[in-house]
Design a protein around this ligand. Structure first.
Ligand code: HGY
Ligand code: MN
Ligand code: MN
Length: 409
């Protein structure tokens, strides 16, 4: 049975993992930063070494194509993920999918296979969205969910825009994102949750991804003296913000709730120990596999903000930054993953994704599914993120088998 070159694949993965690590050992390669540029250029170098034709599109998505005279022009079988990271990140999120895809193509080429379809590998721009939002903007542009112009105008938390930053790191090409229409797409990814590791199951065949709703909330009260201002006279933006977080946790812990909510970023101003915060700006990330419940919780959040204005004598506004509905993947592709795992005697199970993924967007344009490999302890978006080498190699071999099957379908 054909298998990947595990040493080469893991060598690439750990080499990429060393890019963007600072003096304190924190790994950060946020989209369109100099660290991301180094990661991009490194992966492009590996794509060229593998003999892929490399192209860039107008929002910086990187494509590597392998086509032969016989299959040129047919819709490719595509794989891919992202290599941009969150802040103080692990080394597997996204990178495992890009580099396993590269390894699969390299293995197929070296084996002298002549697939009926070309193969494509994509590195999607700004999947994480921690610096510039929306997240998953590269794959969203390919899917036609946002125009190139609006994507390039994506605002950054640091006052930049995606377009200016991609230009600065020479990451812009001229390929039209919506020209990319593969026949099938599979993304390998670490689970980032606890299920596979807890069940000692090496392969997850991802069936669906939950919906995502991001908001930036601004609460304005009145900055005032922390000592002299009587409690009854306070218009405390910080307290109001705290009430929102408690409200959201209470919504999420109601019986039967399937929603999770996170306030990942918060800033008070003037942000001084002895000043009642006049302003609080914070983000809310709400996720749920049930679209109806997600909508109900969005409405409940807005209603709560309105009630806060009365109770706490503040003003509250919410700006919706991101909104993606839950998606269900193509059953045939999911089954292909399950069959490929079974053929290698690897235990596999269907599983839903709690994390947003580029596959969520690509599923709008072609039959799509994902392969999950275990995250030890379910930890991710953390330097403690870990997936064992053996699990990564198993996942890449399942991807190889699925690729061989679908590139000839
Ligand atoms: O936020 C997410 O779910 C993904 O990791 N970008
Ligand atoms: Mn990811
Ligand atoms: Mn991530």
């Amino acid at each position: 049975m054909l298998s990947i070159n595990g040493e080469r694949f893991l060598g690439h993965l750990h080499a990429l993992g060393r890019i963007g690590v600072d003096a304190e050992g924190r790994r950060t390669r946020q989209a369109a930063t100099d660290e991301d540029r180094l990661g991009r250029e490194t992966v492009i170098g590996w794509m060229k070494e593998a003999g892929l034709r490399v192209e860039l599109d107008r929002v910086g998505n990187i494509y590597g194509f392998w086509e032969t005279e016989e299959n040129a022009g047919r819709a490719p079988f595509a794989m891919g993920s992202h290599i941009d990271t969150v802040i103080d990140a692990g080394q597997y999120d996204g990178c495992a999918g890009v580099l396993s895809g590269l390894e699969v193509i390299q293995t197929m080429k070296e084996a002298g296979l002549r697939p009926a379809r070309p193969l494509a590998l994509v590195v999607f721009t700004n999947e994480e969205g921690t610096r510039l939002h929306p997240d998953m903007v590269g794959s969203l542009t390919i899917a036609g969910g946002i125009s190139v112009e609006d994507a390039l105008a994506s605002p950054g938390t640091d006052g930049t825009t995606l377009g200016a930053e991609l230009a600065r790191i020479h990451a812009l090409g001229d390929r039209e994102p919506t020209d990319f229409r593969p026949a099938y797409f599979i993304e390998l990814h670490i689970e980032q949750g606890p299920v596979l590791d807890a069940e000692q199951t090496p392969i997850g065949a991802v069936t669906s991804i939950q919906g995502i709703s991001w908001h930036e909330i601004t609460i304005d009260g009145a900055a005032n003296h922390a000592g002299t201002t009587p409690t009854s006279m306070r218009r405390d933006a910080g307290l109001a913000a705290a009430k929102v977080l408690v409200f959201l946790r209470e919504r999420c812990t109601r019986p039967g709730s399937r929603t999770v909510a996170t306030a990942g970023r918060m800033a008070f101003s003037p942000n001084a120990v002895n000043v009642i915060p006049g302003r609080a700006v914070f983000t809310v990330d709400m996720r749920c596999p049930d679209e109806q419940e997600l909508q109900e919780n969005e409405q409940a959040l807005y209603d709560f903000l309105a009630s806060l204005e009365q109770s706490d004598h503040v003003s509250a506004t919410a700006r919706r930054m991101v909104r993606f509905q839950p998606v269900v993947f193509d059953g045939t592709i999911v089954q292909t993953v399950l069959d490929a795992a079974a053929a290698r005697d690897l235990k596999a199970r269907p599983i839903a994704s709690g994390a947003g993924q580029d596959a969520q967007m690509i599923s709008r344009v072609c039959p799509t599914a994902m392969i999950f490999v275990p995250s030890v302890g379910g930890v991710s978006h953390s330097p403690k993120e870990f997936t064992a080498d053996g699990d990564l190699v198993n996942g890449a071999n399942v991807l190889l088998d699925a690729a061989c099957r679908l590139a000839n379908a």
